[in-house]
Design a binder for this molecule. Structure first.
Ligand code: PLP
Length: 385
């Protein structure tokens, strides 16, 4: 057996969802919206299943989807991509991450990781033979500085894996911080894999800045996206990679021996969706922002300290003002006694864990959020928090 996978525990998302089922809790742990997703995009998929092609599509993805991806990023992020040489369709961002890490890491290479980090990052880096070097981010601003980068980068650094906007923090890496990172990347002749799956879920008028739009990173960046996040259809698992030809070619080689292709009918629907008018994307943000505000206000009225949330589906509560410092124990108590499931943010760290933040997914119907707030209100009252 492979020691790495044999020794991994069940993920915290699975554990919390299981506890949520056992205790009939409202599940604000796992990050998926509870609305069915845009009608016309689902319709396009249904038509494509029925009338379309259901056999193996081309390995890099359907031409119409690769063209739509290039057009989409030219329209929204001012990034010009050659759809034939610089775009690859994958089975979710997770497969894109796996293919990129397998393609870009040689055993013993060092990989700079920013924690908190999405749970797949570390095992995938290690399985590819990479040696992790962590930069630790902390609430409320989750920013990194030059000193931290100085400690993390070494002559053996080959890859940097960054996530912006950042899950679970709900933060967006500032342009000046990206420029600082670019200095280190250039100095160490490294490649950045940038997980930008939350690119469209930003609030209060803030815009995502793709690493591909920073001229000196254009040839050094492997951008990863996910239609699951763009259209709130997380189960579709249609992802993408965009990178300069020398990088994309080797990522595509790794991809051809992972899933090889992605369901063509879903690709057709995503191609249609990416071409939708701008109001669709802004409308989606506005709806999520209203849900964020509704939930944040409710939490604040209970006397809880809500951390800033500028992007993603997630809000974090700082439990330190409650005199608490064990987010895992708090989440376990919450699911059992309050009937609300959340995720302890320490689960996103490998070391030097932040243990005072608890993540709630707010991409839920108003009545679900209100129901959770009522349960939390009872809990807060009973516990005298
Ligand atoms: C930062 C980040 N990367 C990757 C993923 C996975 O995306 P996909 O479902 O497209 O594989 C997620 C899902 O929550 C995520 O938050």
């Amino acid at each position: 057996m492979n020691k790495l996978f044999a020794s991994l525990p069940t993920t915290v998302f699975e554990t919390m969802s299981q506890l949520a089922r056992e205790h009939e809790a409202i599940n604000l742990g796992q990050g998926f919206p509870d609305d069915p997703g845009p009608d016309d995009v689902r319709q396009a998929a249904a038509v494509a299943v029925y009338e379309g092609w259901n056999q193996y599509p081309p390995m890099p993805g359907l031409p119409e989807l690769r063209q739509a991806i290039a057009a989409h990023y030219a329209r929204f992020q001012q990034v010009e991509l050659d759809w034939q040489q610089e775009v690859l369709v994958t089975s979710g961002a997770t497969e894109a991450l796996a293919a990129s890490l397998l393609a870009l890491i040689e055993p013993g290479d060092e990989v700079v990781l920013f924690q908190p980090m999405y749970d797949a990052y570390l095992p995938l880096v290690q399985r590819a033979g990479g040696v992790p070097r962590f930069v630790t981010l902390e609430p409320p601003h989750w920013r990194f500085g030059a000193e931290q980068l100085e400690r993390a980068f070494t002559p053996r650094t080959r890859v940097v894996l960054l996530n912006t906007p950042l899950n679970p923090a709900g933060a967006i890496v500032a342009r000046e911080d990206l420029e600082l990172l670019a200095d280190f990347v250039e100095r160490h002749d490294a490649t950045v894999i940038c997980d930008e799956v939350w690119e469209h879920i930003t609030f209060d008028g803030e815009e995502h800045c793709s690493l591909l739009s920073i001229p000196r990173l254009r040839e050094r960046t492997v951008k990863i996206g996910s239609a699951g996040k763009i259209f709130s259809l997380t189960g579709w698992k249609v992802g993408l990679v965009a990178a300069a030809p020398p990088l994309l070619t080797v990522v595509a080689r790794a991809h051809q021996y992972l899933t090889f292709t992605t369901p063509p009918n879903l690709q057709v629907a995503v191609a249609y969706g990416l071409g939708k008018e701008e109001s669709f994307f802004t409308g989606q943000r506005e709806r999520l922002q209203a849900q964020r505000d509704r939930f944040a206000k409710g939490l604040e009225q209970l006397g809880l300290k809500v951390l800033p949330c500028r992007a993603t589906y997630f809000l974090n509560v700082d439990i330190a003002p409650l005199g608490l410092s064990d987010d895992v124990a708090f989440c376990a108590q919450l699911v059992r006694e309050a009937g609300v499931a959340a995720i302890p943010v320490s689960a996103f760290y490998a070391e030097e864990k932040v243990t005072t933040a608890v993540r709630f997914c707010f991409a839920k119907a108003d009545e679900v959020l209100d129901g959770a707030l009522e349960r939390l209100a009872d809990f807060v009252r009973r516990e005298g928090l």
